[in-house]
Ligand binder design. Structure first.
Ligand code: AMP
Ligand code: MG
Length: 342
């Protein structure tokens, strides 16, 4: 994959990255309506399409290499578009290589364990992409905004003393560091929605009969705690954006932009991993050719010795007569680099 493409992806996502150690105040530091120079939705849709194709290509190599796993952590306020982002960004990926897990209010069994237990159970294996729709970060978000959740966790007194949240930030950072050092890359996305856009989206869920099922009065109750959540998110971003697992704050007031932003961060992580199809050694190659000769010898009378090879040769011949106008993109896979001119 070209360096130029990776550079473009890295530049595109740079404004979203939370610099480790920096202090974040959400309302002040990140604009939910930012468009990064992509002017129109139409341009954005084309970009997303390219990103999706690229993601599929990388996912296939990730699986073949079977060394790294990728954990995508998605956090956001209600209606910010977590589900739609998963649906769109992962639309081109082989379902066998991806697992999505949505975390809800913990069950009695889950409350019987330490708080990271249920998340650890759902981690992706090597070669897989795992998506956490909500995640271990709820343990320092909803649990903090509604401390009765903490009471339900049956913690020993010591674990409730002092600054519980600072301790949890440290524990989460340590856990993510452990994962990263052991081949599970952690990609963290916060879909950043404005309060006004949330109001509009909640109304839309009421106004459109087909969307009524999505409306939850719990979302309206949580909205009442908007400022507390913004504060809790700001602290999470300030304390848990690390060199090994930085946060990306994705502008989400425009759904189409949120999807491109999220897709670009995931693609960029895969580009950094740069998974490769396992190489075939000389001896293995020779063995393959021996089997090939055997299979060719089994060809019935009027069949081609190797139909696939024949097909390929015909394709190449056709390309040559057409005066091959195939672009770099078609040959080398699409470019993720969300360039503004495409
Ligand atoms: P939804 O994602 O809309 O289906 O809602 C899931 C609900 O589960 C949200 O209201 C979350 O705040 C809640 N939730 C997720 N994780 C936890 C947790 N660890 N403790 C308490 N509530 C949680
Ligand atoms: Mg909800």
């Amino acid at each position: 994959m070209s360096n130029k493409r990776q550079k473009r992806a890295a530049e595109f996502i740079a404004p979203f990255r939370v610099r480790p150690g920096s202090k974040v105040t959400l309302g002040k530091d990140f604009d939910p309506a930012f468009k990064a120079g992509v002017r129109k939705k139409k341009d954005g849709v084309a970009l997303l399409k390219r990103g999706v194709r690229l993601l599929a290509e990388y996912q296939s190599r990730l699986a073949a290499q079977d060394t790294w796993g990728v954990l995508v952590v998605l956090q956001a306020m209600d209606t910010a578009g977590k589900d739609g982002t998963i649906r769109h960004v992962m639309s081109g990926v082989n379902p066998q290589g991806v697992a999505v897990h949505s975390f809800k209010v913990p069950s009695a069994e889950e409350l019987g364990h330490d708080y990271l237990w249920r998340y650890a159970q759902r981690l992706p294996a090597r070669g897989e992409i795992g998506i956490f729709n909500r995640s271990h970060y709820e343990e320092v978000l909803v649990v903090r905004v509604h401390p009765e959740n903490l009471d339900r966790q049956k913690l020993p007194a010591e674990a409730k003393h002092g600054d519980v949240w600072k301790r949890r930030y440290r524990e989460i950072n340590d856990w993510e560091r452990y994962l990263t050092e052991n081949g599970i890359r952690v990609v963290k996305l916060f879909l950043n929605l404005s309060k006004e856009e949330q109001r509009a989206r909640l109304l839309r869920r009421i106004d459109l009969p087909d969307h009524n099922w999505k409306f939850s009065s719990a979302d309206v109750a949580e909205r009442e705690r908007w400022d507390d959540y913004q504060q809790a998110f700001s602290e999470v971003l300030s304390h848990t954006s690390t060199e090994w697992a930085p946060w990306y704050v994705i502008p989400a007031d425009r759904k189409w932009f949120g999807r491109i932003g999220a897709g670009a961060v995931i693609v960029n992580a895969l580009m950094e991993i740069d998974p490769r199809y396992p190489p075939v050694g000389k001896r293995q190659h020779r063995a393959l050719l021996e089997v090939k000769a055997e299979l060719e010898a089994q060809a019935p009378k009027h069949a081609a010795a190797d139909p696939f090879e024949e097909e390929q040769r015909d394709g190449e011949a056709q390309d040559a007569t057409r005066g091959s106008d195939r672009t770099d993109e078609q040959v080398d896979g699409p470019s993720a680099g969300p360039a503004t001119d495409s």
